[in-house]
Design a protein around this ligand. Sequence first.
Ligand code: AMP
Length: 504
Amino acid sequence: MCGIVGIVGKYPVNQALYDGLTVLQHRGQDAAGIVTVDQDRLRLRKANGLVKDVFEERHMERLSGNIGIGHVRYPTAGSSSTAEAQPFYVNSPFGLALAHNGNLTNAEQVKAELFKVARRHVNTSSDSEVLLNALAHELQGDGSMQLMPEAIFRAVTNLHRKVRGGYAVVALIIGHGLVAFRDPHGIRPLVMGKRETALGTEYMVASESVALDADGFTVLRDVSPGEAVYITENGELYSQQCAENPTYTPCIFEYVYFARPDSTIDNVSVYASRVAMGKKLGEKIKKEWAHLDIDVVIPIPETSNDAALQIATELGLPYRQGYVKNRYIGRTFIMPGQGERKKSVKRKLNAIWQEFKGKNVLLVDDSIVRGTTSEQIIDMAREAGANKVYFASAAPEIRFPNVYGIDMPSANELIAHGHDVESICKIIGADGLIFQSLPDLVEAVRSQNPDIKKFETSVFDGVYVTNDITQEYLNKLDASRNDAKKGNKTALMAGNLETYNEGN
Ligand code: AMP
């Protein structure tokens, strides 16, 4: 998963982009980048690392201008080299920079087609560079110097026809403005807002509403699935539906795990949806697991806190934060290689023995992916003296890989792939294991916004809303995501603009 921001301001936007990226840091800790436009120059800084480490004062000073976009990266299909940090740049037409969150499911075909019809070479394995060139190709149009909003919307319409997958995009066109759009299914989130200043209205788009909150922008609305928004350098806002058959199927995993609880996505408060997940799961435990002699409910911090508290309320049991999280370490899942991942659970969490000794505990997590975390956390509970250790997951069994930008490993790495609940319970070493059902999860999120009729739920049910996922595609994805291959790719791209990469 990645995070994106874009601002068309009346004053320099470097600080606001930086602050926006900082609150989106949970969406990706691998690399960060900002591009601004000052006069007719694009100014770019991108490198591997956290936002606070990538941008030093000297970089910020160079990121001048009142319009810009930013990105935090969590690697999925591509590698984790600096060359594949975003935003990407291409010089024609006009000078374009682009950043995106998501994953294209037909990147290879689009890439080949671009080379065939337009002799456009894509120099990295990043599908963002493919998207950028595909957009550039569509914007080429009739070659006129004046790019009207209709021409931009036509370009996005053509792009939607050609590319497949889940994508939320921000792009800058030198001399024109900022374009932002969302895939026709609305899989990846994108929200827009505004802020009034003495010089006029400023606009911002971002992956999550928290970025707007942090920068003092008021949310206007979510960008609709398939819609494109164009904000000119002077601050005129245009928008248009650019997809032929848009559907509203946001990714349900944003609510389960990815987004911050203080964000609202597609008019659903992430926090409220997690409380509702807890309520549903609590009701299920009460109904189907009444015989469990639970003494205390303990969340695995922090994503599951809100659900766990609600489960405790439903069950009339105490809720105790029995695990302490070291805040100064990255998320476990994000470390490359399973060995690293295993080690880091202990580095990240520690148990308060008083909450475990001699008790029957119900541990709650937002989801179980590989099962590595759950297994070690259960071990930790036993080491701390727990009597019985039950485990509840606020999301159902994850059985299928994600193809829309979430780094859900290949099917074989998922603990629920090919295992039923009983055997998963055995593998992770729990005395009882309870999963949320998919209808309950959907209902929990939908109860916050009944206008959404369907969610993208492929990791649970294997139904891919883009209708283009073949076994061959999944096999290829499997190979490219193989842990062993991660980090093995080489940096290739040579920038041809003012780039302040590592070492500058
Ligand atoms: P595991 O079952 O060991 O793979 O770890 C599951 C934990 O990782 C859950 O507690 C989630 O909080 C977290 N998690 C779930 N999905 C992801 C993801 N795509 N990226 C990073 N962490 C995740």
